[in-house]
Write a protein that binds this ligand. Sequence first.
Ligand code: FPP
Length: 242
Amino acid sequence: MKFWVDIQRRRLRRGKIPEHVAVIMDGNGTWAARRGLPRSAGHARGADALRRTLTEAAALGVKYLTVYAFSTENWKRPPEEINYLLNLFMEYLRKETTELVRNKITVRFLGGLERFAPELQELMRKAEVETRNPRPLVTINIMLNYGGRDELVRAANQVLKSGREVTEAALPDYLFTAGLPDPDLLIRTSGQLRLSNFLLWQSAYTEFWFTPQCWPDFSGRSFRQAVRSFQRRQRRRGGVSA
Ligand code: FPP
């Protein structure tokens, strides 16, 4: 098994590896409902899937992994579910930081973080500081209280406040993702074929890959399939093929 995984990884690494992969981790609730489990069980298994994805991204040489962990719309969920998710994030940070540092993985939290409890904000800052590395293997951006429209409105206002004109060159400097390359590949699980307010500006030329698998079932193999599909695409960005 390990042997085949190594072969597949080596084969993929000979082709073009997406520098930046974005993921909409959808289907935790559906996964749980199908098994007669509470939605929280799906989220807990979702955290395991994130670990696997990060491992695979590192093995393939993906530089940035950006995951949609909590959207501006997710506040509409029942308070118990929101609490469960926020506790899961905190637990994840407490447990995983050492392991992340050991594996040269830098964590960043992007989104309207001011809306979270000071205790959680403090943990996020701490994890960012502790995992900071001048040459990280992978940078994982965890998007929290993130919405693409909210991000664009904030950015446009900040450009104006700075006295600049809103242009295609100026706006990205004020997005949460300032300084990051745009995603090359976006993965969405659970068979839903939409963007759901994720990275609206940044995904203008991103390749999309969808799978019916629910997020807790997502594996290293699924990630490799997505990268393989990416390698077969011709990216023209409005031009013509070379
Ligand atoms: C979507 O499933 C998932 C979320 C809203 C939360 C994502 C959180 C995790 C994957 C947990 C791990 C993350 C970190 C950062 C530790 P859904 O609840 O929308 O599923 P449904 O569409 O089937 O209802």
